[in-house]
Design a protein around this ligand. Structure first.
Ligand code: PEP
Ligand code: MN
Length: 335
């Protein structure tokens, strides 16, 4: 629509779009509204829409993902998270840190204080864990969610936690600030639709062997179901390489920034599998333009119930933040 189009004129176009059997998706920018139309383009009489009042032009969308694409929305999306409404995707680079899994109340509350003191804006920790082996620690379930909520109350940190099955979506939504969809669930389409129907932001992790287009199509499922607040997370992909748990393709950050308006965070913990590699990859991710970092941080990594080898101590996080801030400033951001 042309800048200055009234709500009535926008709704007129929406009705035309529906008359052609298409689904509309409104993107409201600061000076103009875009009516994205989803469906078979052959069904449309373009002339009818083009002559409607205040329509500027009709542009075909070439990418297979539509709403996630910069073709449809040129302005960057920022996603407000947690009680303090920190905006992921803004000038500030946000750090979300915490253990792989919530292990106990004492552990989580102490970790929350430590990561908050280090400058994190979010607290991660799984109450339900997608573990490769059925014999590994599976998480504390609802008890873990209650502990996370208590930590939020005490610190104001945004709570980021996994939702691994359809049946947990209502419960996790009640407690969490951000619903994390794990790498193994990136193509669990019913789950993507379910989190697309809730009013909490979604942190979507890239699948272990997903192409970027598949990753963006997974995000498209969430947006298409009605939830625009999607944060993408590059967490490393599986390659032949063995000195790392996964390979971190950092070029995905500028590539995604080009293809999508959604914010991109990097998880160097799962992307390397080794705590000693995490600080350097955090530095590189911030330099590459990441909007945030998702980090595993444990009070006692040697005794962690999951992912201890890739967890850094809170003291290491505090030291790292100082250096990250210098890098962020160099690329026009801040921590
Ligand atoms: C996690 O964040 O602890 C996790 C299980 O990550 P991923 O889904 O990326 O393996
Ligand atoms: Mn983990």
């Amino acid at each position: 629509m042309k800048p200055g189009a009234t709500e009535e004129q926008v709704q007129h176009v929406v009705h035309l779009v529906r008359d052609f059997g298409l689904k509309e998706h409104l993107i409201r920018g600061t000076d103009r509204t875009v009516v994205a139309c989803i469906g078979d383009k052959r069904a449309v009489d373009k002339g009818a829409i083009e002559t409607a009042p205040m329509v500027e032009r009709i542009v075909p969308i070439l990418s297979t993902y539509k709403m996630a694409s910069t073709e449809v929305k040129k302005t960057r999306t920022t996603v407000a998270i947690g009680p303090e409404r920190f905006r992921i995707g803004g000038r500030k680079v946000g750090v979300i840190a915490g253990p792989c899994a919530v292990e106990s109340r004492d552990q989580l509350l102490r970790t929350a204080d430590a990561v908050k003191a280090a400058g994190a804006i979010g607290l991660r920790g799984g109450a339900y864990k997608p573990r490769t082996s059925p014999y590994s620690f599976q998480g504390l379930g609802e008890e873990g969610l209650k502990i996370l909520a208590e930590a939020r109350k005490k610190t104001g940190l945004a709570i980021v936690t996994d939702v691994i099955g359809l049946e947990q979506v209502p419960l996790v939504t009640e407690y969490a600030d951000v619903l994390q969809i794990g790498a193994r669930n990136m193509q669990h389409y019913p789950l993507l639709e379910a989190v697309g129907n809730v009013n909490k932001p979604v942190l979507l992790k890239r699948g272990l062997s997903a192409h970027l287009d598949e990753f963006l199509l997974a995000a498209e499922y969430v947006i298409n179901a009605g939830n625009n607040d999607v944060i993408l997370c590059e967490r490393g992909i599986r390659t032949f390489e063995q000195y790392v748990r996964n390979t971190l393709p950092l070029a995905a950050v500028p590539e995604l920034n080009d293809k999508t308006h959604l914010p991109v965070v990097v998880d160097p913990s799962h992307a390397t599998g080794h705590a000693h590699l995490v600080p350097a990859m955090c530095r590189a991710a911030v330099a590459a333009g990441a909007d945030g970092l998702l980090l595993e941080c444990h009070l006692d990594p040697e005794h962690a119930l999951s992912d201890g080898a890739q967890s850094i101590a809170p003291s290491a996080l505090a030291e790292l933040m100082v250096i990250l801030n210098r890098i962020a400033l160099a690329v026009g951001r801040e921590m």
